[in-house]
Ligand binder design. Sequence first.
Ligand SMILES: Cc1cc2nc3c(=O)[nH]c(=O)nc-3n(C[C@H](O)[C@H](O)[C@H](O)COP(=O)(O)OP(=O)(O)OC[C@H]3O[C@@H](n4cnc5c(N)ncnc54)[C@H](O)[C@@H]3O)c2cc1C
Length: 365
Amino acid sequence: MVQQVVVIGAGVYGAAVASELARRGAGVTVVDSGAPAGGTSGATFSWTNSNGKEPRPYHDLSVAAMEAHRKLAAAAGGDWYHETGNLEWAADEAELEQLRRKVDSVTGYGYGARWLTRGEALRLEPDIDPDGLPADGIAYFPDEGWIEPARMIGYLLAASGAERVWNDAVTQIDVSGDRVRAVRLASGRELPADAVVNCAGPEAADIAALAGLALPMRNTRGVLIYTSPVAVAVGRVIHAPHVHLRPDGAGRLLLHTHEVDGAAHVSDSGEMSVDPAAVDEVVTAGRALYPGLHAASVESVRVGVRPIPGDGLPVLGRAARLPNFHFAVSHSGATLSVHVGALVAAEVLGEDHSAELAAFRFERF
Ligand SMILES: Cc1cc2nc3c(=O)[nH]c(=O)nc-3n(C[C@H](O)[C@H](O)[C@H](O)COP(=O)(O)OP(=O)(O)OC[C@H]3O[C@@H](n4cnc5c(N)ncnc54)[C@H](O)[C@@H]3O)c2cc1C
């Protein structure tokens, strides 16, 4: 019987898994080599969506995850969840064709999406420069939004009542036969475990290797630009050509685009930096779209590492070869975490969720 579970990592996944395990009566220890929300979950665009998530099981998982956020936020008074909607438009005819295909595909799945004209989009986002919008062909996804991961993680960990161990890395996992027995930490502490959940985000392959499992990952870096508070009405998630943006609380905005991913560098000592010209480029695109952004300055620039399993899809649930070692690892974890946390925790405690987890098993590699 599973009584004591060690959850490795205190990002969105670790917090969601721990909270659900505790709700179901298990004893839980959450271990992080740093501080909670100090990994990718603290440097993410955190847009909640199933916008072009393929194949179908990934779309369905994401839609269920959006519903799980809605329910958790309603039950907990969780004002970290913002279901604002998302606007997206294309730079040219080729991109518009791709956007059309995506809208057709998701509406075919019954997902909320519709086309807006420039006037309709401006009624939603009146501070956009009208010249920055096409006359029509603006896709609107009303059920999407964004979360504040640090606040959600804080709530979930506190609600779990789990033992929390910070600034102490997992350095060894004791396995005998086909079972994990204990987790050892850099401090020398040993944590006996009936089950272990790998929620180590970009470092998930290292944790899997400690248990003798090879998890292929192809992590990428992304640049996130946080502005000073500014009196500009950005109410939604915006995916414009050359800049994506959303509110970030207290009047701040978060700017991002994949176009400058390559501007993030890591030194030999692990320091992350970003080419200032790339930051200027994104801010300039933001100001062209929302002229009021001229009054904002850049308050901070962060580099986040996307935890991307080898084939791009989540890796979830137990390892067949080591049935008390479990995974909760993916990109899009801001969207998926609450729902996936519940599925993975239920499986740890013996419930059968094979149908929902089948497409995401470790064994596909
Ligand atoms: C630029 C960018 C944009 C993104 N945009 C979106 C988006 O719009 N929507 C979306 O849904 N997702 C998005 N994501 C992805 C999403 O943020 C991640 O999938 C999610 O945050 C991963 O959470 P996690 O809990 O798995 O990892 P993390 O938050 O990284 O947590 C893992 C934790 O494990 C700890 N750890 C690692 N090794 C050890 C060890 N040996 N011992 C103990 N602890 C250890 C780390 O310290 C860390 O705190 C984005 C990511 C990036 C980088």
